[in-house]
Design a protein around this ligand. Structure first.
Ligand SMILES: *[C@@H]1O[C@H](CO)[C@@H](O)[C@H](O)[C@H]1NC(C)=O
Length: 346
């Protein structure tokens, strides 16, 4: 009876693992990066966010891009989710664009945005903050900007036409370029048509080198963060200073004692052999007494400091005894408590 139970348990534990592996083995195209002619190539939408803060990202479809059903294609044959992508926080969503390997697509409308006031405001906000979006084709990243404002900052325009140029080499994809065209002014209560086109090219790029263009420093414009470096440097200096100060404070007394002992050793030697040991004993005794004295002094000092610190809280307002409310020769008495007759000199 124990064995089937064990097997069941093992199966339950292995099932998620199997599920993880299945998509990897099942769909050879995207993960092997080879395609047959007219095979489906999936354009994945990743995130959208402000250009000047790369950490701030939202799902692509959090902007009202194509809230209506994407007209061309609703289903795809598989979903793209590997463990690595899940760990990277990539949020891929199917774009809905119909792309087939080595098949050109003329400019085609894939959805229509019904631009009401709310949606217009969302787009205007995105354009004002220089939102850009990221997509992937066959693991190659593609970036585009959402829109543009005119120079006065009054009119806002949306790029509506995604012009994709995909380079292939044999049965693999080696290069992707995106050009945004079709600037359309955002006017409330109008319809905006989103369109795309695909052109397949045969550039002279090897599959192994297809990521080289992303490693080119001019592509990303890596800037050196001087302020950040300066900041870290100052922090290091400050911390080193702090630690050394604490160390010095704790070690100062030890240093003093050691140097004292060294001096004594010297005098010890000077006194010669005869009296040497006697004197040394005396000095030793003296030393110990001094040490005890220092300890006592230290304790007294700490006690005094504590008392000083605590005293404001312990002090109660002291009544002035000298003030007499009723005179019967005793300080601070009331008449009711003081039955003796009043003194004459009051
Ligand atoms: C993409 O653009 C680069 C630079 O303009 C160009 O060299 C390359 O051939 C283009 N690739 C495709 C597939 O059009």
């Amino acid at each position: 009876a124990g064995l089937p139970g064990l097997q069941l348990c093992a199966a339950a534990a292995l099932l998620p693992l199997l599920l993880l592996c299945l998509p990897l083995r099942g769909c050879a195209d995207e993960h092997e990066h080879t395609y047959q002619d007219k095979e489906e190539v999936v354009l994945w939408m990743n995130t959208v966010g402000p250009y000047h803060n790369r950490q701030e990202t939202y799902k692509y479809f959090s902007l009202p891009f194509c809230v209506e059903k994407i007209k061309i294609k609703i289903k795809i044959s598989h979903y793209h989710e590997t463990l690595g992508e899940a760990l990277q926080g990539v949020e891929l969503e199917f774009s809905g664009l119909d792309i087939k390997f080595k098949e050109d697509v003329m400019q085609t409308t894939y959805c229509e945005i019904d631009l009401d006031n709310g949606r217009r405001d969302a787009f205007v906000y995105a354009i004002k903050n220089h939102y850009w979006y990221q997509m992937y084709i066959d693991d190659l990243p593609i970036c585009g900007i959402v829109g543009e404002a005119d120079k006065n900052g009054e009119d806002y325009y949306l790029w509506t036409y995604k012009k994709l140029e995909i380079g292939y080499n044999g049965n693999r994809i080696v290069d992707v370029n995106l050009t945004s065209e079709g600037k359309v002014k955002l006017v409330p209560n109008t319809k905006i048509q989103m369109s795309y086109s695909v052109k397949w090219k045969k550039p002279d790029v090897k599959f192994e080198d297809r990521f080289d263009k992303y490693l080119d420093p001019s592509f990303f414009q890596h800037r050196i963060h001087w302020f950040s470096i300066f900041n870290s440097f100052m922090m290091v200096i400050f911390l080193v200073g702090l630690v050394s100060m604490i160390l010095m404070r704790t070690l100062r007394k030890d240093y003093a004692r050691y140097s004292k002992e060294e001096e004594m050793d010297d005098t010890d030697r000077d006194l010669g052999d005869k009296y040497g040991s006697e004197v040394a004993d005396m000095i030793e005794l003296d030393n110990r007494a001094a040490q005890r004295e220092t300890q006592k002094e230290g304790a007294a000092f700490v006690a005094a400091a504590l008392k000083e610190a605590v005293s404001p809280f312990l002090k109660r307002p002291v009544k002035e005894k000298s003030k007499r409310r009723y005179n019967c020769g005793k300080g601070g008495h009331f008449q009711a408590q003081c039955q003796t007759p009043r003194k004459q000199n009051w």
